[in-house]
Design a protein around this ligand. Structure first.
Ligand code: NAD
Length: 352
């Protein structure tokens, strides 16, 4: 196999460690800013207000209207608040939904962003923004979208419910699995992907057993950084395409959909590129699809698409949409094979 590759490092500052969210004000100043608008979802409003209080005069205010899938009308409202508070940067405190809002504001205004992630989704280290308007989700990639500073503070993930910790972790692992066989993979993305998978393999079962274990929470957040970074660096394939289809057309929940689909898409591609998935096979055991399925089941992940409200009749359409625009995948894709794969995922069957 050829060793040729292109590697481009991401220019973000990564600050990692327990209690490091206390440095948010310092980083606002390091960016040359004086008025930060703190963003959150309605559910994390109290945390955002507490952060704004700690920022003191460096806080321009709080906008707590972030929601899933970054609707453009919410972004427009938040951008209006940026204008009338004269904010010169945003601080996003939360999961992928809040990070998405900060990115959408930055894309429109070029304001710098500080992100303090509280889930494992990985959006904070990618230059990718998915946004919705008129029921359609579109994706844009631009340098202005990549957050300038990310502060990973495991203490802020202690309250992430166990079920969400599991699905969010599996969501991040899906970035790493697809990075292993990405067409544009490079030695660094592969090292990061393998390390990220190890971090979740060891931390998720420990978090299920003991959600308040801050050291294992730190391991999972470390995995989130690694897996998110490879998502931002190399191209994704079948798995992300199917999850995008299911979420975009059938409104299935983001992290749960990734969690259910991962063993099936990994098994499908392992048939074509077993060598590229050998490191994942070594981590999860057996065949990579079966090993990932056993791991997900053992930590209490949702296992079947039918439990997400998807009907069996939806599978034909899902297979059609997921295969209609030709895109690169290590194993050729045809509608019938994807329909079989979706049936297994719908029923929650262990991949062969
Ligand atoms: P989320 O941000 O929607 O969070 C889910 C809920 O959990 C929210 O109510 C949130 O406030 C709450 N929450 C978050 N952290 C918490 C904590 N520590 N304690 C208690 N509650 C907490 O969920 P997500 O899975 O992180 O993000 C999903 C979104 O991110 C999707 O829209 C997806 O498309 C996007 N995403 C984008 C990228 C990218 O690179 N563009 C990557 C991954 C995900």
């Amino acid at each position: 196999m050829s060793r040729d590759f292109v590697y481009s490092g991401s220019p973000a500052h990564i600050v990692f460690g327990q209690g490091k969210s206390a440095l948010a004000g310092e980083w606002v100043e390091k960016l040359g800013c004086r008025r930060a608008l703190v963003l959150s979802t309605p559910q994390q409003k109290a945390d955002a207000e507490a952060l704004a209080a700690r920022l003191g005069p460096l806080a321009a205010g709080v906008f707590s209207g972030a929601v899933m899938h970054t609707p453009v009308d919410v972004t427009e409202k938040a951008t209006e608040v940026v204008r009338h508070t004269s904010a010169d940067c945003v601080v996003s405190l939360g999961g992928g939904s809040t990070t998405g809002l900060g990115k959408a504001i930055a894309f429109r205004t070029d304001l710098p962003q500080i992100v303090i992630p509280t889930t494992y989704a990985g959006s904070e280290v990618t230059p990718i923004l998915g946004q919705t308007e008129g029921g359609r989700k579109t994706t844009v990639r631009d340098a202005s979208i990549l957050p300038e500073v990310v502060i990973y503070d495991p203490a802020l993930t202690l309250g992430l419910p166990v079920g969400m910790s599991v699905t969010s972790g599996l969501n991040a692992m899906a970035h790493a699995i697809e990075a292993l066989y990405a067409q544009d993979r490079n030695p660094i993305s592969t090292l990061m992907a393998v390390e990220g998978l190890w971090a979740f393999k060891t931390s998720l079962p420990a978090i299920v057993a003991s959600p308040g274990d801050v050291d294992r929470r730190a391991d999972a957040l470390y995995g989130a950084w690694l897996c998110g970074t490879v998502l931002g660096t190399v191209g994704m394939a079948l798995h992300h395409k199917i999850c995008h289809t299911l979420g975009g057309t059938f409104d299935t929940p983001h992290a749960e959909t990734h969690a259910i689909m991962l063993p099936h898409t990994a098994a499908y591609n392992a048939a074509a590129v077993p060598d590229l998935l050998a490191s994942a096979t070594a981590i999860f055991g057996g065949s990579v699809g079966g090993g990932l399925w056993d791991f997900a089941k053992a930590i209490g992940a949702p296992m079947a698409l039918k439990d997400l409200g998807l009907s069996e009749a939806d599978l034909d359409r899902a297979a059609e949409i997921a295969t209609e625009n030709p895109y690169w995948n290590p194993r050729p894709i045809d509608r019938q094979s994807i329909r079989y794969l979706l049936q297994d995922a719908w029923e929650g069957r262990r991949p062969a």
